[in-house]
Design a protein around this ligand. Structure first.
Ligand code: ATR
Length: 297
């Protein structure tokens, strides 16, 4: 594309940002949608977040994504916040408004849209959620908001699971979450569950690690959704499939969180066919990135 005096800028702030796939999403979207827009990753060193956000606003930046480690800290730099982001306490998207940026959380809406595209239901479902860190906590809020039946929240550290349960139940106004130690998985009642893997266990290069390996656990799962997409198929996913369940990785969540951010920045709706074009491009880049890494090692 040709950059000219009218080209709008969007970007990503985080640290580090070298391996991000977000430029593929947004620059391809801009091309397909015919928008004069570029998307650039900006590495923001610790301590420089406030200056970075203020500077981006002064530079007429249209919107920003926010990634690790700034999803909570950025809240202090905002003019306004969307209700879902406020409830979750994490922001991954900034939208330019009069006088400052407004914060949103498109990670969770992205996960929800990814699930819809795979025909995975949350409303009324019995759910097993693995983890109680930042990502799993947000998923617990999403499940509560979308009408989940009951959530068994398993975490290595029980304290953290209890804290998340209390916070989410309070926000939802109903008793929804049953916090448990990981090792207590056999106490989950018989039945078939949607399981969401929200820990960092199994993330490359630790491809062979998995949060639980007992076959009896996987027999309770009809669908497994891992928030991880690198490796493409985690050991968690393989174990779900080996016990007859369906398994999905987190790449579609990445895709849709980007698409929702793009829709907010440009006040448009991205058609599903376009989403599929971007998804294919994302997969190509992901596979190429893996090949390059293999060649280097
Ligand atoms: P994120 O923001 O990606 O959620 P996080 O907040 O650091 O990252 O949370 C990591 C999650 O993975 C936590 O649920 C953590 O369990 P603890 O709360 O007990 O720390 C879980 N986790 C990480 N490494 C683990 C391991 N080796 N075994 C079990 N759980 C692990």
């Amino acid at each position: 594309m040709e950059i000219n005096g009218k080209t709008r800028t969007c970007g990503l702030i985080g640290y580090p940002v070298e391996h991000t796939l977000s430029p593929v999403i947004h620059n391809t979207l801009a091309g397909v949608m015919g928008h004069d827009l570029v998307y650039v990753p900006f590495g923001v060193e610790p301590g420089a977040l406030q200056d970075a956000v203020r500077g981006a606003y002064a530079l007429q930046v249209l919107g920003l994504n926010v990634t690790v480690p700034y999803k909570s800290e950025v809240i202090g730099c905002l003019q306004d916040m969307d209700a879902l982001a406020r409830r979750i306490g994490a922001v991954n998207t900034l939208v330019r408004t009069e006088g400052g940026f407004k914060g949103y959380n498109t990670d969770m809406e992205g996960l929800y849209r990814a699930m819809i595209s795979e025909r995975i239901k949350i409303a009324g479902e019995q759910i097993i959620l693995l983890g109680a860190g930042g990502a799993a906590r947000a998923v617990a809020h999403l499940c509560a908001l979308k009408g989940a039946g009951k959530i068994y929240l398993l975490n290595r550290t029980l304290d953290k699971a209890e804290q998340v349960a209390e916070e989410v139940d309070h926000a939802a106004g109903r008793k929804l979450i049953c916090p448990m130690r990981l090792a207590e998985y056999h106490e989950i009642p018989e039945g078939k569950y949607l399981a969401i893997q929200g820990t960092s266990v199994g993330l490359a290069p630790h491809d062979d690690e998995v949060i639980l390996s007992d076959k009896a656990f996987y027999e309770k799962i009809h669908t497994g959704f891992d928030l991880i997409y690198n490796p493409w198929e985690t050991r968690f996913m393989r174990l779900v499939k080996a016990s007859g369940g369906k398994a999905y990785n987190g790449l579609k969540m990445l895709l849709y969180q980007g698409i929702i951010a793009y829709e907010l920045w440009n006040d448009v709706s991205v058609p599903e066919e376009t989403a599929q074009i971007i998804y294919r491009k994302l997969m190509t880049h992901f596979v190429q990135g893996q090949r390059d890494a293999e060649e280097r090692s």
